[in-house]
Design a binder for this molecule. Structure first.
Ligand code: FAD
Ligand code: DHB
Length: 403
């Protein structure tokens, strides 16, 4: 066996202090922070490593997320390859308006660094010198949520196994199983499903703009983003249930062209499309984020529509608070931090929910939208362009300081 095979199949103990279900950004970062704080933990991830590392998702990191990644030891490549952005552009009525982050927020910026790269960096660190991380370990259920020793049941390599824990943290995303361990009636979920989806593509072409462009058009929303100086990431609002294979490359570029159209000579550059996928949009919050010895973090506890670029940042914020609380328990025996976890995180979560809802409903065109609704959206966008106060509210929320 080579070194890589050995490190991918570590010896997993039968018991631990913190059992982490899910090896996405939330689970991996939590494991890293706990390891640094001297708290024993194990991460169980249902997918294989390559799948987790290649899943195309977020691209925008708030400064606070970058800071915690740096502190966790995962900042080296991010500092080298991450692209710092000083603003975004909003587009409507065939014109653009720039939101200047430093000017409106007292110097704040955001970073463009793909979630795939964050995940790769965290996995590499963890396999080199971290807590045990097991891929292809499908958690089937968590039992004993009402006892002092909850048990995580999982299958790996065809065998059924258990992990006894002092605490279990569900970092297992929106479709996870940890939430189900909490008895009916103990949790409340608040939810909104949107009547449209995002069609995301990756294209081998330099981004046509230095900064992200969020476009409102009568044909629907579009977003121009990037993964590097040579790879573009673009999104189109499409009806729910759209088949991504039903569009030709040319149809995709034509539609993007139509939605980003502005007066003047700006042009969208086209290139080979290397990936395509459709994702539905949803807002959801589960309260509280803790029951007994079970905790929920990241998408397992809350979902935002991607328009505000908040999901990954909320996941990082949750696990930062949680790792600090476990560290406090470990060092001093005090559970004050754990007791405050849900309340502390939910105030940030609800702010991000409101902002993501605002961005989504201001920029998308609902199927039943009437001209009155559209005039309200345009009025809102005009107000952002005219008023430094309105622009600052957007900027503070986007960079994360209003949260
Ligand atoms: P996930 O990334 O969903 O990870 C959960 C993990 O748990 C997965 O690896 C899964 O395989 C594993 N798992 C699930 N069930 C089990 C089980 N039973 N047993 C073991 N393991 C299990 N956010 C931003 O901040 N900025 C953006 O720009 C942005 N853009 C986005 C664009 C798109 C297209 C999408 C889809 C999302 C975007 N987001 C963005 C949101 C962001 O990607 C998520 O919020 C983030 O992935 C949440 O991380 P997580 O670790 O909580 O959950
Ligand atoms: C990206 C995704 C978002 O949801 C967003 O608001 C900005 C950028 C991206 O994937 O690059």
């Amino acid at each position: 066996m080579n070194e890589r095979t050995v490190s991918q199949n570590p010896v997993i103990p039968e018991s631990t202090t913190v059992g982490i279900v899910g090896g996405g950004p939330a689970g991996l970062l939590l494991a890293r922070l706990l390891h640094q704080a001297g708290v024993e933990c194990v991460v169980l991830e249902s997918r294989e490593r390559a799948y987790v590392e290649q899943r195309q998702r977020a691209g925008v990191l708030e400064q606070s997320t970058v800071d915690v990644l740096r502190a966790s030891g995962a900042g080296e490549r991010l500092e080298r390859e991450g692209i710092v952005h000083d603003g975004i552009e909003l587009s409507w009525d065939r014109r653009r308006h720039r939101i200047d982050f430093p000017g409106l927020t007292g110097g704040k910026q955001v970073w463009i660094y793909a979630q795939t790269e964050v995940v790769k960096d965290l996995i590499e660190l963890q396999l080199a010198d971290g807590a045990p991380l097991l891929f292809e370990a499908q958690v089937t259920e968590v039992t004993g949520a009402d006892t002092d020793r909850p048990v995580v049941h999982y299958t790996h390599a065809g065998a059924e196994r258990t992990l006894r824990c002092d605490y279990v943290v569900g970092c297992d995303g929106f479709h996870g199983v940890v939430r189900d361990a909490i008895p009916d009636g103990e949790l409340t979920t608040y939810e909104r499903v949107y009547p449209y989806s995002w069609f995301g593509i990756l294209a081998d072409v330099p981004p046509s703009n230095d900064e992200l462009v969020y476009a409102h058009s009568p044909r629907g929303f579009a977003l121009l983003s990037m993964r590097s100086h040579t790879v573009s990431r673009l999104y189109l609002q499409v009806p729910n249930g759209t088949d991504p294979q039903a569009w030709s490359d040319e149809e995709i570029w034509d539609e993007l062209d139509a939605r980003f159209a502005v007066d003047g000579d700006w042009k969208l550059a086209r290139g080979p499309i290397t990936q395509r996928a459709v994702l539905p949009l949803r807002s959801s919050v589960t309260e509280p984020l803790r029951w007994g010895r079970i905790f929920l973090a990241g998408d397992a506890g809350h979902i935002v529509p991607p328009t505000g670029a908040k999901g990954l940042n909320l996941a990082a914020a949750d696990v930062t608070v949680l790792a600090r609380a476990f560290g406090q328990l470990h060092r001093t025996g005090s559970s004050d931090g754990l007791d405050a976890y849900s309340r502390q995180c939910l105030s940030r979560v609800w702010r991000a929910e409101q902002f993501s809802y605002f961005m989504t409903t201001t920029l998308h065109v609902a199927p039943d939208q009437n001209p009155f609704d559209t005039r309200l959206q345009i009025s809102q966008l005009d107000r952002i362009a005219a008023s430094p106060h309105a622009a600052a509210e957007l900027a503070l929320n986007y960079v994360g300081t209003a949260l």
